[in-house]
Design a protein around this ligand. Structure first.
Ligand code: SF4
Length: 143
């Protein structure tokens, strides 16, 4: 596990801040590169968001250009995303926010939040897999 005490040699002067919300996913793709990782024993939740934002100052020394939410499947952690968005926008208003998702858990409400905050979404999919036939934006009435 990476931490301020074990930073794997990376600098705090970064362009993209990747926030891994957790490793849980509602799919179990055979090619998943994260399947071999196990969740930390440390359990976190929405109540830890403010502390996380404060602790970022220990890790990040310049304003990132981009902030990406990752999982597992990040939309499983939607309440945390909703809590993080205003705090991150307040902290780094020029940063571009993105969510990398399999798209299957998008709903009208989530799409509204994504659009109103100008968040990019990148939907992971491979032709012929379950991702390909799910059309989350269409399901959410936005395509
Ligand atoms: S949707 Fe992505 S994170 Fe989930 S199991 Fe498949 S490859 Fe892994």
């Amino acid at each position: 596990m990476f931490s301020p005490e074990n930073p794997v040699g990376k600098s705090g002067d970064l362009e993209t801040l990747k926030i891994q919300l957790g490793l849980k996913c509602n799919y179990s793709c055979s090619y998943c590169s994260q399947a071999s990782f196990t969740e930390s024993d440390v359990k976190t939740g929405v109540g830890d968001v403010q502390q996380f934002i404060s602790d970022l100052d220990k890790w990040v020394t310049t304003a990132p250009k981009r902030i990406e939410f990752w999982g597992g499947e990040p939309l499983l952690y939607w309440r945390r995303i909703e809590a993080l968005i205003p705090l991150l926008v307040n902290k780094w208003p020029a940063a571009e926010l993105s969510i990398v998702t399999n798209g299957s858990l998008l709903t009208e409400d989530k799409v509204d939040v994504i659009i109103s905050n100008g968040i990019n979404i990148a939907i992971s999919r491979r032709p012929g897999t379950v991702h390909a036939w799910r059309r989350p934006l269409r399901q959410a009435g936005r395509s």
